[in-house]
Design a protein around this ligand. Structure first.
Ligand code: HPA
Length: 269
């Protein structure tokens, strides 16, 4: 695995895909791309050892460009566990990021709201997570060069970035929520009883991504920030039928607010 990571990192460095900031763009959050002054892009199928994205609405390319004056790398399309990738594949790009100089990882996603105080369309900054995936991304041989065998997870999401996000949201008049995200495999949305189970666990929102990438990023000591759009409700009495299309529509509507926060954060890094 280590050989493959280094091989891919060497390739990307030769192609000048290097930056201290990487952003993973989740469901329907393509709007940030319009804020990036794109310098180069490369399809995942052209990157050695990269898995190829299959899900509808995820394009599958790596972008290098500038947000204001800061160079960023953005993943347009990510690898979900429910697509059939194993955890080593899901988290492979994040491993590579470390070797091309990335220090900060920002991730966005869509989720179902569990906190009764949240409405559809709200944006939530993650202040913690619960790993409910059936496979752990760090299971197996540990590479000490990447990180320690038993990584600390006491403060996964960077408090300074969380505070900065709230300042930016306040300046923009955006109502921002904070909470715990539980990551689970999908691809089914939850039954009412599963939503209740996750709420009782202490989660504020549930989704099918982010947690594996963030665990691997923290293993390598990257600064992490993650933000979620609440696209549907898992609160009793509010649960209605939900589809991928609706999730994408709600995400698209919330996009400008989310984009402004990420842009503001990149600006002050
Ligand atoms: N559950 C899981 N993942 C999701 C949801 C949900 O309700 N909404 C968007 N992604």
């Amino acid at each position: 695995m280590l050989t493959k990571i280094k091989e891919t990192a060497e390739f990307l460095k030769r192609e000048e895909f290097v930056s201290e900031v990487a952003i993973i763009l989740g469901t329907g959050l393509g709007g940030l791309v319009n804020e990036i002054e794109i310098e180069k892009t490369i399809g995942y199928d052209k990157i050695p050892n990269f898995p190829v994205s299959t899900v509808e609405g995820h394009e599958g390319r790596l972008i290098k460009g500038k947000i204001n004056d800061k160079t960023v790398l953005a993943m347009q399309g990510r690898f979900h566990y429910y697509e059939g990738y194993d955890m080593k594949e899901v988290t492979f790009p994040v491993r590579v990021f470390k070797f091309i100089g990335v220090k900060t990882l920002m991730v966005s996603n869509a989720s179902g709201g569990l906190n009764p105080g949240f409405k559809v369309g709200d944006i939530m900054v993650l202040n913690d997570h619960i790993n409910h995936f059936p496979e752990h991304p760090l299971r197996g041989k540990n590479f000490n060069e990447l990180g320690t065998r038993f990584p600390d997870m006491s403060q996964v999401y960077d408090p300074q970035l969380i505070d900065a996000a709230f300042r930016i949201a306040q300046e923009n008049g955006t109502d921002l929520k904070k909470g715990v995200y539980v990551g689970t495999s999908g691809p089914t949305f939850e039954t009412p009883s599963e939503y209740k189970y996750f709420r009782m666990m202490g989660a504020d929102a549930v989704g099918m991504s982010t947690v594996p990438e963030i665990i691997v990023a923290r293993h390598m000591n990257l600064r992490c920030f993650a933000i979620s759009i609440i696209t549907d409700s898992g609160v009793p009495g509010e649960i209605v039928e939900v589809s991928h299309e609706e999730v994408q529509q709600v995400a698209a509507a919330a996009e400008p607010k989310m984009t402004a926060i990420i842009k503001g954060l990149v600006d002050q890094l």
